[in-house]
Write a protein that binds this ligand. Structure first.
Ligand code: 26M
Length: 821
C-alpha cells in the first residue's frame, strides 16, 4: 500500500500546474484570485520542494544502507543565496515550470525574484561553503554540512546621506527550504565545574557537573546535486530553552517572567550571525555559538556512527570532518572529551582517532583575524574543555621537547596557550595539532602560511602535513544560472552542456576564436548583461549609465587590505584629469562607469569611511556636466549573492587589487573571468593561478610583489616614504573640500600619510594608474578585447569546485562517491 501511494512529484507541465494550485490553495490557504507573485513563488517552491524531498529521502536511505565513509563540513557560515532557481536547474524542470507559470499568468523571472537570499555568511568563506555543498552533491559524495540556523543573517545595508546604515535581516518569515526536525534535539551544557573522580580501580575520571542546559533543534535543508540522484543534507542547529523540569518549577512557582527570560537567553545563541569578516573579537556569545554548534554536530555524528556498532578505532574510516577555518576548532576537544570521559577510551587511543578524523582549512594570514579565546572565559564557559586543551598542549609540548631538546623558545612559540595577560588559547594552533592535514586555499597562500604564521609547525611535523587546495566556484550557479545566454552559446558550440560538470571542456571554445558570428554573439551577450545591470542601477539609484561605457567593478567586503581606497583614489585622479582637459581632448577618452558594492563590518570605522568617500565622489562626479558619460561612480547598496548574479556577468573589468600577500585566494575573481570579464589585479591569492591558466596577456597585473611587502613596510616605518605625486594631488583635492567636508576623510588620508601606509597604497598607485590607462587603450580595440575574453573563459576549467572537492576527497578525506547503478 505504501509503495502504491508513495509521492512522486510532478513530471510534466500539467502535473506542475496541478501541484502549484494544490499548494497555493491548501498549503498556503489562498485562492487564485489573490495569488500574487509572492504566492506564486511559494507555490512553485513547494512544488519543487516535494521533488527534492523524494530524492533526498532516497539519498539518505542509500547512504545509510551502504554505510561507507561520510564527510562532514563544519562551517559557521553558508552563504546560499536563493534556492528556487538552483533547485529548478538541478532537478532539470525549469522549462516545465516556466510554461506552467506562463499559463497561470506569471513570468518565471518575477517569481524567482521574490525569494529572499539565505544570507548566513559574510563573504568568501561562507560562499565557498555553499559552492562546496553544490559540488559534493553533484559528485555524489555522501556529505553533510553542519551550521547554525541564525534568525538574522548578515545585515541589510542601506546608504543614507552617503553613510552605511545596518538593518536587521529577519529572513525566516517563510522559508520553504528548511524542515524543522523537532524530534532531533541535543542538550548542550555550559558553565558548571569539572569534578575529579577516583574510581575503585585507581583510575581517574572527570565529570562535568552543573551549569545550564540549552537545547539544539535540527533544521534540515536539502542540497540537490546537478543532474544526479544525490540530494545531500545541510543541518542547521537552532537554540531553545531546554524543556527540563527546572523551567516548570519556576513556572509553577509563579516566576513566569523568569521562565520566559530563560527562554529568550537560550534563543539568543542562534539569533544572529556575527558580521565580522577577517576580524576576531572575543565575545562570549560567539564562543557559545561555536561550542553549541560543535557539540550538537558531534553528538549527531557520533550517534550515527554508534548505530553501525563498529569499534571506535574504525571511526576515522567512517567519518571525515573538515573545519572551515578555526571557528569549529572546539569540535576537536569535544570529540576527545566524548571518547575519554563518556566512552572510556585511553587518552592516546582517543587522540589518534581525533587527529585522523579532522582536517583544517586556513583562510587568512591576517594576524588580526587569528582566533584567540581568553583562558578565564574558557574556564568559565567550558571548564572541562579547558582542562583537555591543557592536556593536549602538555602532550604536544613534550613531543616537541623530545624532538628538539633545549629549544625553550620554540616551546613558548608553539604552545596552544599564549602567556599573555590574560592567557589566551590560540585556536589555529589547536586546530593544527588536532588535525592530520592543514590546507591553504591558493598556492601563494599555502606557501605563505608555511613560511610565516605556521613556520614552526612545519619544522615540527614536516612539510607533508601542510597542503594546498586552490579554491573554486560552482559553474552551475556562476555560469549557467547567472549567465544563461553565455552558457547556451557555449553549449551550442560544444554540442552539449557537459561542460557544466566537466569545466575543462570549456577549452573547446578556443577553436571558435576567429568565428566572426561567435564573437559578435559573445559581445552581444555582454552588452545585454550590461543593459540589465544599467536598469538595476537606474531603478535603485536613479543614475542613468551608458551601457557602451567600460564597466569597471569592485564588489566584495570593504576592507583596507582589499584596497577599495586605491580604487576610489584612482577614480578621483581620473576625475581631476578630465576636469583639466579641453573638450577636444575629452573626446578621445573611454567612458567609464566605476561600480562599487560591499558591506563594512558595523564597527570597522575605516571601512565605513571608504564607503562614505565613494558615495561622496559619486555625488559630485555624477552631477558634473563637464564630465557627462565620461565617468560615473556608482555604489550598489546591499551587495549579496543574488545581486552578484546580476553584477558579475555585466563587468568588462573587475578589480582584485589587495596588497600582495593579504588575500588568501579570492573567488569572485574566478566568477568574473568565467563570465567573460577581464581583471585588473595584484599578484595575490588565486590571481596568480588565474594568470598561469589564462596567460599573462589576458590579465592586467600591477603592483609590488608579496616577497617585497615586508621590506617596504619596514622602510616606511624607519625611513618614511615620499607620497606618490599623483596621489598627493588626489589628497589635495579631497582636503580642499571637493567631496564635502574634508574632516570626514582626514583619518583615511592620515592612515597613508602619517601612519606608515601599511597597505602600500602609495607604493602601488603609479603602477595602478598606468595599468588602468592600458585597460582604456585595450578596450578601444574591441576585437582584441573580445578575443581575450573568449580565451580566458576557455581556460578557466581548473577553477570549478568539482575539481576542488575531488582534491579534498582524495588527499584529505579519503572518501569515495556513492553512485546509483
Ligand atoms: C571572526 C570572528 C568573529 C566573527 C566573524 C569572524 C570571521 C568571519 C569570517 C572571520 C573570518 C571570516 O572569513 C574570512 C574569509 O572570508 N576569508 C576568505 O576566504 C575565502 C575563501 O577561502 C578566500 O577566497 C578569501 O581570500 C578570504 O579572505
Amino acid at each position: 500500500v505504501w509503495k502504491k501511494y508513495s509521492a512522486t512529484g510532478f513530471e510534466n507541465k500539467d502535473e506542475f500546474e496541478r501541484e502549484f494550485v494544490r499548494h497555493v490553495e491548501t498549503t498556503l490557504a489562498r485562492s487564485l484570485y489573490n495569488c500574487d507573485d509572492l504566492a506564486a513563488y511559494s507555490g512553485t517552491a513547494l512544488a519543487f520542494r516535494d521533488r527534492l524531498i523524494i530524492e533526498w529521502n532516497k539519498t539518505q536511505q542509500r547512504q545509510t544502507m551502504v554505510d561507507q565513509k561520510r564527510v562532514y563540513y563544519l562551517s559557521l557560515e553558508f552563504l546560499m543565496g536563493r534556492a528556487l532557481d538552483n533547485a529548478m536547474l538541478n532537478v532539470g524542470k525549469k522549462e516545465t515550470a516556466k510554461e506552467g507559470l506562463e499559463e497561470l499568468g506569471f513570468r518565471i523571472e518575477d517569481v524567482i525574484n521574490q525569494e529572499h537570499d539565505a544570507a548566513l555568511g559574510n563573504g568568501g568563506l561562507g560562499r565557498l561553503a555553499a559552492c562546496f555543498l553544490d559540488s559534493m552533491a553533484t559528485l555524489n559524495y555522501p556529505a553533510w554540512g553542519y551550521g547554525l540556523r541564525y534568525r538574522y543573517g548578515i545585515f541589510k545595508q542601506e546608504i543614507i546621506d552617503g553613510y552605511q546604515v545596518e538593518i536587521p535581516d529577519y529572513w525566516l518569515d517563510f522559508n520553504p527550504w528548511e524542515f524543522p526536525r523537532h524530534d532531533i534535539t541535543v542538550d548542550i551544557q555550559f558553565y558548571g565545574q569539572s569534578v575529579r573522580q577516583e574510581n575503585e580501580d585507581g583510575s581517574i575520571t572527570y565529570n562535568w557537573h552543573g551549569g545550564e542546559i540549552v537545547q539544539a533543534v535540527a533544521y534540515d535543508v536539502p542540497i540537490p546535486g546537478y543532474s544526479t540522484e544525490t540530494t545531500n543534507n545541510l543541518r542547521l542547529w537552532s537554540s531553545k530553552a531546554s524543556s527540563g523540569e527546572f523551567d516548570f518549577q519556576k513556572f509553577n512557582a509563579g516566576e513566569y517572567e523568569l521562565a520566559v527570560s530563560d527562554q529568550q537567553r537560550a534563543e539568543t545563541i542562534s539569533a544572529v550571525l556575527y558580521p565580522n569578516d577577517n576580524l576576531e573579537r572575543g565575545k562570549e556569545l560567539r564562543l557559545k555559538q561555536q561550542y553549541f554548534w560543535c557539540a550538537a554536530s558531534l553528538y549527531d555524528i557520533v550517534r550515527r556512527f554508534k548505530k553501525t556498532k563498529r569499534a571506535w578505532s574504525e571511526f576515522p574510516d567512517q567519518v571525515a570532518i573538515q573545519l572551515n577555518d578555526t571557528h569549529p576548532t572546539l569540535a576537536i576537544v569535544e570529540l576527545q572529551r566524548i571518547l575519554v570521559d563518556l566512552e572510556g577510551l585511553e587518552w592516546d587511543e582517543a587522540w589518534k582517532i581525533v587527529v585522523e578524523t579532522f582536517g583544517y582549512t586556513n583562510h587568512t594570514v591576517l594576524p588580526e583575524a587569528l582566533e584567540k579565546w581568553s583562558v578565564p572565559l574558557m574556564q568559565h564557559l567550558l571548564p572541562r574543555h579547558l582542562q583537555i586543551i591543557y592536556d593536549i598542549n602538555l602532550f604536544f609540548l613534550q613531543q616537541v621537547e623530545r624532538k628538539f631538546p633545549n629549544e625553550r623558545e620554540l616551546l613558548a612559540r608553539v604552545s596552544i596557550i599564549e602567556e599573555s595577560q590574560p592567557k589566551m588559547v590560540r585556536m589555529a594552533y589547536l586546530a593544527i595539532i588536532g588535525s592530520h592535514k592543514v590546507n591553504g586555499v591558493a598556492e601563494l597562500h599555502s606557501d605563505l602560511i608555511k613560511s610565516t604564521i605556521f613556520k614552526d609547525f612545519v619544522k615540527i611535523y614536516g612539510p607533508d602535513k601542510f597542503t594546498n587546495v586552490t579554491n573554486g566556484i560552482t559553474p552551475r550557479r556562476w555560469l549557467h544560472q547567472a549567465n544563461p545566454r553565455l552558457s547556451k552559446l557555449i553549449a551550442s558550440k560544444l554540442g552539449s552542456y557537459d561542460f557544466l560538470t566537466d569545466l575543462t571542456l570549456l577549452d573547446g571554445i578556443e577553436r571558435y576564436i576567429d568565428d566572426k558570428e561567435f564573437r559578435t554573439e559573445w559581445a552581444d551577450i555582454k552588452t545585454e548583461n550590461k543593459k540589465r545591470l544599467a536598469k538595476h542601477i537606474k531603478d535603485t539609484t536613479g543614475y542613468t549609465i551608458n551601457p557602451t561605457s567600460l564597466f569597471d567593478v569592485q564588489v566584495k567586503r570593504i576592507h583596507e587590505y582589499k584596497r577599495q581606497q586605491l580604487n576610489i583614489f584612482g577614480v578621483i585622479h581620473r576625475y581631476l584629469k578630465i576636469k583639466s582637459m579641453t573638450p577636444e581632448e575629452r573626446k578621445k577618452l573611454v567612458p567609464r562607469v566605476s561600480i562599487f558594492g560591499g558591506k563594512a563590518a558595523p564597527g570597522y570605522w575605516m571601512a565605513k569611511t571608504i564607503i562614505h568617500l565613494i558615495n561622496k565622489v559619486g555625488q559630485v562626479v555624477n552631477n558634473d556636466t563637464d564630465v557627462g558619460d565620461l565617468l560615473k561612480v556608482i555604489f550598489i547598496e546591499d551587495y549579496n549573492v543574488s545581486k552578484a548574479e546580476i553584477i558579475v556577468p555585466a563587468s568588462d573589468i573587475s578589480e582584485h587589487i589587495s596588497t600582495a600577500g593579504t588575500e588568501a585566494s579570492g573567488t569572485s575573481n574566478m566568477k568574473f573571468v568565467l563570465n567573460g570579464g577581464l581583471i585588473i589585479g595584484t599578484c595575490d591569492g588565486a590571481n596568480i593561478e588565474i594568470t598561469r591558466e589564462i596567460t599573462e596577456s589576458n590579465i592586467f597585473l600591477f603592483g609590488n610583489l608579496a616577497e617585497d611587502v615586508e621590506t617596504l613596510r619596514e622602510t616606511h616605518r624607519y625611513k618614511g616614504f615620499t607620497l606618490d605625486e599623483d596621489l598627493a594631488k588626489v589628497f589635495e583635492s579631497i582636503r580642499s573640500g571637493t567631496f564635502g567636508d574634508p574632516k570626514a576623510f582626514e583619518s583615511l588620508i592620515a592612515s597613508i600619510t602619517d601612519h606608515g601606509d601599511y597597505y602600500l597604497v602609495s607604493d602601488d598607485f603609479k603602477s595602478y594608474i598606468q595599468t588602468q590607462a592600458l585597460v582604456d587603450e585595450d578596450f578601444l580595440k574591441q576585437d582584441e578585447w573580445i578575443a581575450k575574453s573568449i580565451t580566458s573563459v576557455a581556460r578557466m576549467g581548473f577553477f570549478s569546485t568539482d575539481r576542488v572537492i575531488n582534491e579534498y576527497a582524495e588527499s584529505i578525506w579519503n572518501v569515495e562517491p556513492l553512485v546509483v547503478e
